[in-house]
Structures are given as structure tokens and as C-alpha cells.
Design a protein. Structure first.
Length: 189
């Protein structure tokens, strides 16, 4: 594989792009492995206790309860499993909402995406029960978006998976280099 010369500052753009693409691909693989599901852990009369689980645990549970579709090769909704597909963009949105409540406009600005793109993702996340929408106390035309309890569980799973990914990626990079890289990228952005 040809690599740009890291000593030539004019290659900054292609180096950043390549790093971004590779990291997003790896994050997408991690997200695909942890797509969130809510499962019924046990029934108590008319009540069912449900909890969030990783995609792998949900796959195993759905396979054992006929929720796994052999012809498709993935786990699917069944009587005990509710599947929620989480995209890489969703990961960034949920992690941001874990830090502070926000609005669609601020999230679009944060991710450098269009307002309609973020609105569509927020609708999916709200429909999945991962976020909650409430009227803004500052502006009645806006809504405040916050994580639900389910959303917090998903963010915890995602962050554990991201920590594992960073451990693998960072094996050859000293911690002080990581800190310097993050500070430099913050300066550039």
C-alpha cells in the first residue's frame, strides 16, 4: 500500500482523511458487533423485566429462541428480543448527549452534518427509546434532546467497545503521543 510522505506538510489532508476513513471503518465494525437489543430476562406474572444487552448476547439469545434467521445470518426480533440498529453517526450523537442535553441544531453543528440528517437520526433514536425529547425552556420552537436510561446503557456498551478498539489501535502509540494528537486535532478543528 502506498502511503503519503508524513514529512511533507502538504500531505496533511490525505493523512487526516486516511486516518478518518480507517478509524470510521473500525468503529463501524465495533458498532456492528454491539448493536443494542433489549431482552426479556424473566417474566413475573404480567410484568417482564427487560435489560439492554450487546448484539452478541442478543444474537445468542435470539438464536436459542428462534429469533435467529438462518437465511439472513443475523439475529432478529423475537418474543424476547427487540433489536435496535445503531449506526456510527448514532454513536457520536448518543455520546454527545451523554455529556449534555442538546438540540438538533447544536448536534448538527457539532457533527458538521445537515439539520435534516440529524433530525432523521433523532427520530429513529427516539422511536427506539434511546433518547427523549422535551420542549426547550429557552425557546418554545425548539426541543431539548436527552438520553433515556436505555440510551445510557447503550452509551456504556459503546464506550467499553471503543475502549477496546483504542487499546488495539494504540498498542504501538505511547500515551503522551495520543494526548498530543488529540490536542493538535482540537486545535485544527
Amino acid at each position: 500500500m502506498q502511503r503519503p510522505d508524513a514529512q511533507d506538510a502538504r500531505n496533511l489532508f490525505v493523512l487526516l482523511r486516511n486516518a478518518h476513513v480507517l478509524l470510521e471503518r473500525q468503529l463501524a465494525e465495533v458498532v456492528a458487533g454491539i448493536n443494542w437489543a433489549e431482552v426479556t430476562t424473566h417474566h413475573d406474572g404480567e410484568r417482564a423485566n427487560r435489560r439492554a444487552v450487546s448484539g452478541l448476547e442478543a444474537w445468542d439469545r435470539s438464536r436459542r429462541t428462534d429469533g435467529y434467521r438462518e437465511n439472513v445470518g443475523r439475529w432478529d426480533e423475537g418474543p424476547d428480543v427487540t433489536v435496535v440498529d445503531v449506526t456510527v453517526v448514532d454513536v457520536h450523537l448518543l455520546r454527545r448527549l451523554a455529556v449534555r442535553p442538546s438540540s438538533t441544531a447544536l448536534l448538527a453543528e457539532y457533527l458538521l452534518c445537515t439539520h435534516p440528517t440529524i433530525s432523521r437520526r433523532m427520530a429513529v433514536l427516539e422511536g427506539s427509546g434511546l433518547i427523549e425529547r422535551s420542549p426547550s425552556y429557552r425557546d418554545s420552537r425548539m426541543n431539548t434532546l436527552t438520553l433515556s436510561e436505555k440510551g445510557r446503557e447503550v452509551v456504556q456498551m459503546v464506550e467499553r467497545a471503543m475502549d477496546g478498539l483504542l487499546d488495539v489501535i494504540g498498542d504501538d502509540v505511547p500515551p503522551d503521543h495520543w494526548q498530543a494528537l488529540l490536542q493538535d486535532l482540537d486545535t485544527l478543528s
